[in-house]
Write a protein that binds this ligand. Sequence first.
Ligand SMILES: [Zn+2]
Ligand SMILES: [Zn+2]
Length: 272
Amino acid sequence: MITDSHNHTCHFSADAEMSISEFLDACVKRNIKRAVITEHYDYDYPHKEIPPQTFDIAQFYDAFKLWKKLSTDVELCLGIELGYQPHIVDKIEEISNMLPFDSIILSDHLLEGKDVYFYPECYKKYTKEELHKLYISVLTEMADRCNGYDIIGHYDYINRYSKKRNTQVLYSDCPEQFDNFFEVLISKEKSLEINTKSVYKLKQKKCHNVMPDKEILLKYKEMGGKMITLGSDAHKESSVGICFEETCEYLRSLGFKTNTYFIGRKPYEEPL
Ligand SMILES: [Zn+2]
Ligand SMILES: [Zn+2]
């Protein structure tokens, strides 16, 4: 089983349920030999009514060093998931330099200043195409303005909380925006995350096609995109490495041969 580059524990991610020992047990059970802990760090998160989406960086590092000693069967890597907002670009750079991270995910959870999770009205306010156009434009701006990251997280987060059935993010929703997005990623040598929680969510909704859109992936490859990174975005034990096997098989069928993981912020390849 390949590396899982996106995981949260209850020790530092306010919305996660699993402890580090539950996580390590799940990795062993699913034959995941290498995994990255990427706790949420959404600085100046707008929803002040819920627990902060940040943590004490020094405390996290101390805990991680202990966890690493515990994890004899899994190569545990130090990561973080940094949440973007236009006014915190400097903060993102600062945090990315605070620890000797292996792997950094840069994500956008917000649309118009609200977490999509708390903004179900957006699915009524905009058509699917308008919404995806807006979101991919923000991802492009984020990828361009920030530097302290290795992977762009869940490009399809925007549809995660839609109750409609066929909400898959498609290349045809906003081709121009996708081309611009890929141009930035490729020129900056950053990796595109394939988030298997998104696959799982679409499966739950019984969407017709649950895999990342073929056209998105083929266009990325055609433009010169080489790096893709699998992450389960697990917040609980049962989600670690979720849908990995079928997603790998699908990616291989499209001609992708390797998964990119990061150690000490440098990319490495392993067969899919
Ligand atoms: Zn996220
Ligand atoms: Zn996450």
